[in-house]
Design a protein around this ligand. Sequence first.
Ligand SMILES: Cc1cc2nc3c(=O)[nH]c(=O)nc-3n(C[C@H](O)[C@H](O)[C@H](O)COP(=O)(O)O)c2cc1C
Length: 177
Amino acid sequence: MNVLILNGSPRPGGSTAKLVAAFQKGAESAGHAVHRVDVCRKKIAGCLACEYCHTKGNGACVQKDDMQEVYPLLQEADMLMLASPVYYHNFTGQLQCAINRFYAIGSPKVLTRLKKAALILSSGDENVYGGAMYEYENSFLVYLHLENMGVFTFHGEDQIADEALEKVFSFGAGLKD
Ligand SMILES: Cc1cc2nc3c(=O)[nH]c(=O)nc-3n(C[C@H](O)[C@H](O)[C@H](O)COP(=O)(O)O)c2cc1C
């Protein structure tokens, strides 16, 4: 299966990046084609609500920034992995901009191939996941009709301990087509 990871952390050596790398290694070991987009290394602006995509644009976004690389990856993906540090009880702004830009093609009628989703969240404290979970459940599981394959939350100092990395590696390695 084609797995698209949207990594919302701005820190290349941070916890989210390490967890994402372990998940990717696991999924690739099981033969899946994994494409990772570090959204913070991209220029992805917020949605302008101009409705060009739903009128003249016929599904194309008027903003010709790096989101144009993500749209085809989304359309070819069977599974979406969202990964983010928790910032003020939600995804990072950079990931939120990318998610808002799904608007151009983000409906089950257009994303016909996308069937599965999973989530990795990294935070300083525990029990701070309500905001991100609300969005994940409502926008991805309910609205896009995706099957939840797993939610992984890690917090504090030992979140990138071997046990955590092993957990997300095994999750990736255990994914079936
Ligand atoms: C702007 C900002 C906002 C944050 N907000 C929260 C928060 O609301 N709750 C929390 O537990 N941690 C919060 N944190 C801490 C990060 O979620 C935490 O350090 C996380 O592990 C960082 O992941 P990373 O190593 O991938 O960058 C915040 C950090 C930053 C920089």
